[in-house]
Design a protein around this ligand. Structure first.
Ligand code: GAL
Length: 416
């Protein structure tokens, strides 16, 4: 009779216990650039440390449009991943489908309501219950600059207004540099456009025009001035801009070939991954005219209903890990964003992140905190897509007049 030694029995018991609680977690996301991938790897490390198997379902394509298309096909075919990077109003749409795994028990046990700013917690809930877990707070209304390029062009300081911006852009052009590194994809065009609207019209106008889609605001002189400013930026980009990925535009600053990039602070993740130091190799400043405003973009994950107990445990561990203080620090240090969990120490973060953290708190009180339309935080996905297309058509076709663009945007705003 084959007798198990006591030790072997205990060891087997341990393995059995672990394997019951361990499971596989397949995560759909679109963090495939240098900085993004480094950040995502931190979550993989934590999950593997808990004994789970991590299946990385990365879908390339900044801004996530491709990832959302693939996600829909996976769910329709009855084969959803464990978790998917979904944010803003799209969370509500997925919850309405009845396919999400509820997170309320975990959220209550870990007191998420005490740990999250209300503006964030509200986005994560469907009919009052948590159905998504937030990862970070990205600020979108940033202007990035290459220190070398600015020095070469004789630009002494970061521009605070759009007039100062164009003076600096002229100097960069005169120095033979690309003044504005841009990637011609509709989410990048709109990232630039929404920062212009914020700087030209202010947060109240931004809310009226781009969030409430108010007809009067969309037909106003302020919108006209915003579109004129937006089009003027186009003249400072290079012929290689159409279709360029955002991180390759950031690389133009890292290589000192371009002066400015208007982009969210995931761009900082690229500078960091390239070993560049803020304040030395690159500069960050609020986009012109928008220093007292903050366009927020909160990455989050939804969990899909799964049958397997091990997979469910892995899902719960994933959500708990994401909200954990350890992940909140190491992920956001790499990603360029700031922790979404309140009370996190900021001493390891750089001055750009500290400015972001200060401004996030101040604008939440002042009314300067606004949701990013470009990054799916503000309006229904179908409406957002239609407006983005109208703005990109205007950016790409100089024959479209400002007046025509205003009409196209107003029509797109009615898309349901
Ligand atoms: C945003 C996303 C960020 C960032 C960026 C570029 O929509 O929230 O995490 O990675 O796209 O892909």
């Amino acid at each position: 009779m084959w007798k198990l030694t006591q030790g072997a029995a205990v060891a087997l018991g341990l393995v059995a216990a672990l394997s019951a609680s361990a499971g596989e977690v397949e995560v759909l996301h679109y963090w495939t650039s240098g900085g993004e991938a480094k950040s995502a790897a931190e979550l993989k490390k934590i999950m593997q440390g808990k004994g789970h198997t991590w299946r990385d379902f990365a879908v390339a394509g900044g801004g996530g449009d491709s990832a959302m298309t693939v996600l829909k096909s996976r769910v329709i075919s009855g084969n959803p991943p464990s978790a998917a990077q979904v944010k803003g109003p799209a969370i509500q749409e997925w919850a309405e489908e009845g396919v999400l795994s509820p997170m309320d028990a975990l959220a209550k046990a870990e007191k998420w309501d005490d740990l999250l700013p209300k503006v964030v917690a509200d986005v994560m809930k469907y009919k009052g219950s948590y159905v998504a877990v937030p990862v970070n707070v990205h600020r979108v209304n940033w202007l990035w600059a290459s220190s070398d390029a600015l020095k070469k062009a004789g630009v002494a300081a970061m521009p605070k207004t759009w007039d100062e911006f164009f003076v600096a852009a002229d100097k960069l052009k005169a120095a033979g540099l690309v003044a504005v590194a841009h990637g011609g994809q509709n989410w990048q065009d709109f990232t630039t456009f929404e920062s212009v609207v914020l700087g030209v019209g202010g947060p109240r106008f931004y809310q009226d025009a781009l969030v409430k889609l108010d007809g009067k605001a969309l037909a106003s002189d302020t919108m006209k001035k915003s579109l004129e400013t937006f089009r003027r930026i186009k003249g400072y980009t290079d012929p290689g801009a159409p279709g360029r990925d955002w991180n390759l535009a950031t690389a133009m600053l890292i290589q000192g070939k371009a002066g400015f990039q208007l982009m969210g602070d995931w761009a900082k993740g690229e500078f960091m991954a390239a070993g560049k130091a803020p304040g030395k190799d690159f500069l960050c400043a609020a986009a012109p005219g928008a220093a007292s405003a903050f366009t927020f973009n909160v990455d989050s994950f939804i969990l899909f209903k799964l049958k397997d107990a091990g997979a469910q445990k892995a899902q719960s561990d994933l959500a708990s890990a994401i909200m954990g203080p350890g992940f909140q620090e190491v992920f956001n240090l790499n990603k360029g964003s700031i922790p979404v969990r309140t009370g996190q120490p900021m001493d390891k973060f750089d001055d750009c992140a500290k400015l972001s953290s200060k401004d996030f708190a101040e604008t939440a009180k002042s009314g300067g905190l606004v949701p990013s339309v470009a990054h799916g935080m503000a309006i229904a996905p179908a409406t957002e897509g239609a407006i983005k297309d109208a703005v990109s058509q205007f950016w790409n076709d100089d024959k479209i007049s400002v007046a025509d663009a205003m009409k196209k945007i107003a029509t797109a705003a009615k898309t349901k």
